[in-house]
Design a binder for this molecule. Sequence first.
Ligand code: RNT
Ligand code: ZN
Length: 416
Amino acid sequence: MIERRFKESKSIYEQYGINVENALKKLDEFSISIHCWQGDDVLGFDGSSSLSGGIQATGNYPGRARNAQELMNDIDKVLSLIPGKHRLNLHASYAVFDEGEWVDRDKLEPKHFKKWVDFAKDRGLGIDFNPTLFSHDKAIDFTLTSEDKEIRKFWIDHCKACVKISEYFAKELNTYSLLNIWIPDGLKDVPASRFINRKRFKESLDEIIHMEYNKDKVYISIESKVFGIGLESYTVGSSEFVQSYTAKNNILPLLDNGHYHPTELVSDKISTMLLFHEKIALHVTRPVRWDSDHVVLFDDETKEIMKEIVNNDAMDRVLVGLDFFDASINRISAWVIGIRNAQKAMLYSLLLPHDSLNKLQEEKNYTKLMAILEEIKTLPFYDIWNYYLKQNNLNIDMDWYKDVIDYEEKELAKRG
Ligand code: RNT
Ligand code: ZN
């Protein structure tokens, strides 16, 4: 049935000059960096009991992963329900310590992530990494931009330790490791000086990126942000700061589509950034009125982001990670829906006849351009997606959901 429908649908797409087989091949090479923090509401395992830094996971759906083993089990469940080959995105706060052991974040070492490396090796995943500059008693307000030299040094040392850990991931897993730095530093109300902290941010970053590290294997990115909860008036790591700093220092900008003014779109930024950077990184998320990190949907902006990646011929230059944390619904379901939607949006984009659409634009034939784009919206996408699932030995329709609910009843329900 799936095959017959695929064949028929493929010939419909072909009428628009779309090569479906080619699209599926490319989709299979599209790897997404799966954020570990959806599974435990961004708490981590290094002792923090609440989330700080102006970000929030809301809801108290049962089943939160309480330790590394539970989180790994949950990620395994997720991996079993999504097609394709992906990467894992860890935060430093997910270090796994031996019984009775604990070190502060400035003293983290590769060995504290060995369990994750073993996990990733067995499953053929690469690992991306993030220093955790929040949910910590030295991150009450400012971190890398603090006026307190000791605090600044603590976080610089933390970031340097993380670069070393990223190198370890890259070496062990035989693929690059993206190391993304995001700081929550900012102010609730109108600053006196916007300059002092930004200058310190520049100096702290200089210290970090000028350390000795393997630039072919570890890609450092900086993530900008326009505001956070309690940081409404000023963030140190603004978009202009990150754009300028990363361009000048030949590192990657990371664009999170929840981190801009509401009418600004990341889809419109990608082509520009690609003109000035060999590679860029994304956090694909869904802001609802604020940087709320809702589960990614198969919506217009997600499709438009993927469309830009394909239209710019940049599938190997844009490193796509996800960043959402919804604690109000089953967390495995949140992951599966968000990941699949990013993939569906990519498939949708791969199923556009980019060359002929570009040509219509150049010929100023905007009438036909709109006509085709609108026709394509109702082509039998379902059949192509299902065929891809089948190629990956997955069932179609709501089958994945039954599996998630079964896991909820058998596993998640046991968690307090
Ligand atoms: C916060 C940033 C950042 C975090 C994660 C947990 O607004 O988006 O990427 O969400 O590092
Ligand atoms: Zn983010």
